[in-house]
Design a protein around this ligand. Structure first.
Ligand code: IVH
Length: 709
């Protein structure tokens, strides 16, 4: 290659990489694979290494530069970086709006921009003639720290700006500002934060209490190479001083920043009707779990800059903006003890017994500690103050200890070597995190959990049976396997406290009715690993009877669309065990239905080739009904969200599956849109928005402490 060719290729590579960064970080819509991207980067690095004279500071390869700083220089902000007053209820917001109206003149029209309040840290980025020249933390609002070298490593911050293309939005300046200070938030996505903590814990390093501390701690590293290895991102939400262009409103500013190549929150909205502002805040409070990052509220800003100037600032808080805070989801409390639970498959999980603590309006007494490694890696001790997180429908879990609050009385905890229920030694398979009690047929704890599952709504739905009755019947020796339920006699129950003749008759009638449940429900009840409602229906549709399923070979099962190799292996394993075969015979003798009629007659092909995941509570149908409908129209339903999922159908209280869908950019449908997709007009019940519980925000103290010292 000639020198000109090399120069050209280098420029081409830089342009391509910037374009791919823009798609990835700003549009959140990657257009190349990681491998392709890495290859371009590698080519650019190689060319620059061979021709160092062609390296420019704004090259994508030059994000990590300079030597570790011993301390950060102080920077005085040319305009103070403000903070925000808080609102905790609708009436706080209305009071804020009324004050603004009073000051502006009661007949003033106000428009508001509403943006998610990302929980990270505020920074200011200065660009002169399109070049990134300095970046600073907020500090106390007047004076921050110069963290330019670290900010340069964040790929979602552009190092160079290009004049924006304003053809589709002529209201935007078409030129670059001679100088602009872009303000925004550096943050970490929840999934990235959790992966970082796992990595730090595995390396024996201190973990972070929450994504905000992780972002702050990562940005304040003395060595930019460490910051570069941390998954930091940036959102722009405003500007400080600007020269050379005239911006007149917040909404125009956000669009201009986006056009310049900054990531701007796609959920920002402008409203002229204040009721819509309130509704939007409520909507996000209910849906906060679907965001891939932690939002601690919504920021409401009066759109027009002239009105903003008129309203001014009191202390540090502008009168033209306010934060509507969501209830906190984290709390610090004491870990009183660790107990272990034995699950229905024998997995033994540690459980935190906590000093009761309120989180988001709910009293939390227990929390998950995941597994033995989690506790050792994070060095969680009994007596520790721990950070507990409760988000959406996820079981509350312990994030980690607050080491700074230890007084020496805390004791490390030992995972038991034997099953607390049956005394058999616990075993752990190579590469697995979980300890197991493998005494499947004898262990009373496993049996109780299996009975509980067998009688649950998704399985045989036996009214009058639950956790307490399962425990009692197992303890009394009345139930030694799930089939024993169908052989219970009134005489056996007479004399048990609380079991009068009426209750006994009702229970036996409920058990009797369960003999008629469809086969797929029985299969769910068996509790075969990786076989939930959807897989059970698929098996029955494909093979028709329990005998056929029991005798199917692994390859045959794998042929069935929707049954993967892992589920197939698990089914074969389950039915290869003599005790399970004996159980089926006992169920057969008890008169349960072991044949299934194909349940879904094909009605159309409108969903052919599409894969769905259903989550949350739908307004007018159960998840099973929705699933049957999708299958009847040629679609497929699976249990887990992956890149192969075409749509996620979400109702109220949807949790991690919805979050995963957002993360993977998978379209989310509500019930009405699903029906529309099939071409069915929704019934009036389905067309109405789901009745949503709107929790009221309560004031919550600042509870999180940095774990990194
Ligand atoms: S505006 C009036 N917009 O919240 C100007 N701040 O409590 C104040 N924050 O320090 C900032 N998302 O770190 C604004 N969309 C957003 C925000 C946001 C998060 C943070 C920011 C600020 C703090 C104020």
């Amino acid at each position: 290659m000639s020198q000109t060719d090399i120069f050209q290729r280098i420029n081409e590579l830089r342009t391509l990489i910037r374009r791919y960064d823009y798609h990835y970080y700003v549009l959140d819509d990657p257009i190349v694979s990681d491998a392709e991207y890495d290859a371009l980067m590698a080519e650019l690095r190689a060319l620059e290494a061979a021709h160092p004279e062609l390296i420019t500071p704004d090259s994508p390869t030059q994000r990590v530069s300079g030597t570790p700083a011993s301390q950060f220089a102080k920077v005085r902000h040319p305009q103070p970086m403000l903070s925000l007053g808080n609102a905790f209820s609708r009436s706080d917001l209305v009071a804020w709006r009324d004050r603004a109206l009073r000051l502006l003149g009661n007949d003033a029209a106000i428009a508001c921009v509403v943006e998610p309040k990302i929980d990270g840290l505020a920074i200011a980025l200065t660009f002169r003639d399109g070049q990134f020249i300095q970046g600073a933390t907020r500090g106390d609002g007047e004076i921050g720290e110069d963290v330019t070298a670290n900010l340069r490593t964040i790929s979602s911050i552009p190092l160079v700006l290009y004049p924006p293309d304003n053809t589709s939005d002529p209201d935007l300046p078409a030129t670059l500002p001679t100088m602009i200070e872009v303000r925004g938030e550096v943050y970490m996505r929840t999934a990235d934060f959790e992966a970082l903590n796992d990595r730090l814990a595995a390396a024996g390093e201190k973990i972070f209490a929450n994504p905000r501390n992780a972002a702050a701690g990562s940005l304040r590293q003395k060595d930019p190479a460490i910051t570069a290895a941390r998954p930091l991102r940036f959102f722009a939400y405003g500007v400080g001083p600007v020269e050379g262009v005239n911006l007149t409103s917040q909404w125009q500013t956000l669009r201009y920043l986006r056009a310049l190549g900054f990531p701007v929150n796609q959920d920002a909205r402008r409203f002229t009707d204040f009721d819509q502002v309130l509704a939007y805040c409520d909507e996000w409070m209910a849906r906060r779990d679907s965001l891939p990052y932690e939002a601690d509220g919504m920021v409401i800003k009066i759109d027009d800059f002239a009105q903003q100037r008129e309203l001014g600032v009191v202390g540090r808080d502008p009168r033209w903006a306010i934060a509507f805070k969501f209830p906190a989801r984290e709390a610090i409390t004491r870990l009183l003890d660790i107990t272990v639970n034995v699950g229905r498959t024998g997995v033994v999980t540690p459980n935190a017994e906590l000093e009761p603590v309120q989180i988001g309006g709910v009293t939390v007494r227990n929390a998950s500690l995941h597994n033995a490694d989690y506790i050792t890696q994070r060095d969680i001790r009994i007596g520790d103050y721990v950070i507990v997180k409760r988000a959406g429908d996820v079981i509350p879990y312990v994030v980690g200890p607050v080491v700074a609050r230890r007084d020496g009385s805390e004791r490390p905890w030992q995972f038991p070597s034997h099953c607390p229920a049956c005394g058999s030694p616990l075993e752990r398979e190579e590469g697995e995190a979980a300890w197991r009690c493998n005494n499947f047929s004898i262990c009373p704890a496993q049996l109780v959990r299996r009975v509980e599952h067998f009688v649950s709504r998704a399985a045989l739905d036996i009214v009058g049976m639950g956790e307490r009755q399962a425990e009692l019947f197992v303890q009394l020796g009345l139930v030694r396997d799930v089939a024993d339920l169908f052989y219970l006699k009134a005489e056996q129950l007479e004399g048990i406290e609380g079991f009068g003749p009426k209750r006994i008759a009702n229970l036996l009638a409920a058990i009797d009715a369960a003999r008629q449940r469809p086969l797929d429900r029985l299969i769910v009840g068996l509790g075969i690993r990786y076989v939930g409602t959807v897989a059970a229906q698929t098996l029955v549709n494909a093979l028709g009877s329990l005998d056929a399923i029991m005798n199917a070979r692994q390859e045959e099962l794998e042929q069935i669309p929707g049954i993967g190799p892992v589920a197939a292996a698990s089914i074969v394993d389950f039915f290869s065990r003599p005790e399970n075969r004996a159980l089926i015979e006992k169920l057969r003798a008890a008169g349960l239905r072991l044949n299934g009629a194909p349940q879904h007659e094909r009605q159309s092909d409108s969903l052919a080739g599409k894969t769905f995941v259903i989550t949350g509570t739908l307004p007018s149908m159960t998840r099973e009904q929705a699933s049957a409908l999708i299958i009847a129209h040629g679609g497929k339903v699976t249990d887990n969200v992956s890149k192969k999922t075409s749509y996620v159908v979400a109702g109220t209280n949807a949790g991690s599956k919805l979050a995963k869908a957002t993360q993977l950019n998978i379209p989310v449908l509500d019930e009405a849109s699903l029906l529309a997709l099939i071409g069915i007009a929704p019934t009036s019940a389905a067309a109405q928005p789901a009745p949503e519980e709107t929790p009221t925000a309560t004031e919550s103290g600042q509870l999180s402490l940095p774990l990194e010292q």
